[in-house]
Write a protein that binds this ligand. Structure first.
Ligand code: URA
Length: 440
């Protein structure tokens, strides 16, 4: 069959003027770019036109398909292969809890996770706090482990949606990241390639999220669900609050410890509730339970019976990790020095500039300033107060875990936190709702 060919300039021009591109045109454009036949400057112009003019559902699906087809695709039989995707935030460690819960309940969970992006932490960076754990498995091993173990967690591989990798790097430097159709195609091309039959999305909104308003989060959720449906995948999206860290722990080893505590039934309320809700949606989508209520009861049982914790141990062992960390947190690398940050006035915690908390962690080395930076898993924060809590002047709000040579940085973090991050009000403040909306 003769391959169709188009001209670059008129396609960019049409999109720039608000026109619609056909699926064939989009596929040709992406394939030509991936094969190095279209230069970066023309792809950048097209991305900016797509960003400014937007794309309808069919164009978004065509872009997703083109990026999906640029790489390998896995397929798993049966309906019970379900993944979850979070749009990222501060202290978001829910994957380490919900994946073992869902797996213990009979769902197969194929996780291809990311590293930290901007102010947010990454699942792959966090699990690497466990000595020996490897996320660098090839797709064949990934598929084998999913079939045998029911749960596998790896990082991005070059075989999955290579067009997205190239385009993402361009978007990163051309101010075209925060576009709903471009984000949708980027996320969906990778999720579809990993072979999940259904996806549960956790769309974060608030001061620590990429989607600052519920309106934007809802629009992204609808776009992700609409695109999932076009590809005949089951999908649910929860819009959840990210105006403060999820749970109390921020930083890599700290977050692994809090995840294990939550799997033992001793975790903070917000983290427990969200992880159980997301796992319950996975169990329900997989068809393991007919109703959401039964799926939730099953998720709770997986925690109280210890089955989810056993599943987490199995995951660690399966990928070379030291599973003794489950019983001995001393085996996780944790900085020895503690600096308390105390309230400078009495009242109620009203607000956190949550993005800044992620940026303060980067100051300590708990995130990357440059792409090639190594992560320091030892540093982190532990919050003692959350929005709505009463606080007295001099009471600890959070603890900084750092190295002895970082005392000046810890003092700077304390000053910046009290000046720019925390707002304390004299008026009572309500505890914010965690799960704001469900879209399906
Ligand atoms: N995460 C992705 O994978 N892609 C985006 O475009 C944004 C967030």
């Amino acid at each position: 069959m003769k391959k169709e060919s188009f001209q670059v300039y008129p396609l960019i021009d049409r999109k720039k003027n608000g026109g619609v591109l056909t699926a064939k045109e989009i596929k040709w454009f992406i394939q030509s770019y991936t094969e190095n036949k279209i230069p970066d400057y023309q792809m950048s112009a097209m991305l900016m036109a797509m960003f400014i003019r937007g794309m309808d559902g069919a164009e978004t699906a065509a872009l997703t398909d083109a990026m999906l087809e640029s790489g390998k695709q896995l397929k798993f039989p049966g309906k019970n292969v379900i993944d979850k995707h979070s749009t990222g935030g501060i202290g978001d460690k829910a994957s380490f809890i919900l994946a073992p819960i869902a797996s213990a309940a009979g769902v197969k969970v194929p996780m291809i996770a990311g590293r930290g992006l901007g102010h947010t932490g990454g699942t792959v960076d966090k699990i690497e706090a466990v000595a020996g754990f490897t996320t660098a498995l090839d797709l064949e091993t990934f598929a084998k482990k999913l079939n045998e173990e029911g749960l596998v967690l790896i990082g991005q591989t070059p075989d999955i949606a290579p067009a997205d990798r190239l385009i993402y790097a361009l978007r990163d430097v051309t101010a075209t990241i925060d576009s709903i159709p471009l984000i949708t195609a980027s996320i969906m091309s990778k999720k579809l390639a990993e072979g999940a039959n259904g996806i549960v999305f956790d769309i974060k909104t608030g001061t620590g999220a990429f989607m600052r308003t519920t309106r934007d989060a809802r629009a992204l959720g609808k776009s992700l669900i609409g695109t999932s449906k076009r590809f005949k995948k089951k999908a649910v999206a929860l819009i959840t609050d990210m105006n403060q860290p999820l749970g109390n722990a921020v930083g890599h080893s700290n977050e692994i410890i809090e995840s294990i505590e939550t799997l033992k039934g001793k975790g903070p309320r917000d983290l427990t509730d969200l992880s159980v809700a997301l796992a319950a949606h996975m169990i329900h989508l997989a068809g393991v339970e007919k109703s959401f209520e039964k799926a939730r009861a099953k998720a709770e049982l997986m925690v109280s019976s210890g089955k989810a914790l056993a599943e987490f141990r199995k995951l660690l062992r399966s990928q070379g990790g030291d599973d003794r960390v489950v019983d001995d947190y001393g085996l996780l690398p944790l900085a020895k020095v503690r600096t308390e940050v105390t309230a400078n006035r009495s009242g109620y915690v009203k607000m956190f500039q949550n993005e800044q908390i992620g940026l303060l962690l980067i100051l300590l080395g708990g995130g990357r300033k440059a792409k090639a930076d190594a992560i320091d898993h030892q540093v982190g924060f532990h919050f003692h107060k959350k929005i709505g809590d009463r606080v007295k002047k001099g009471e600890p709000i959070f603890t900084i875990y750092h190295h002895a040579h970082q005392q000046a940085t810890a003092d700077e973090i304390r000053a910046r936190f009290l000046k720019d991050v925390l707002t304390v009000s004299v008026m009572k403040v309500k505890t914010p709702k965690l799960i704001l909306e469900k879209l399906s």
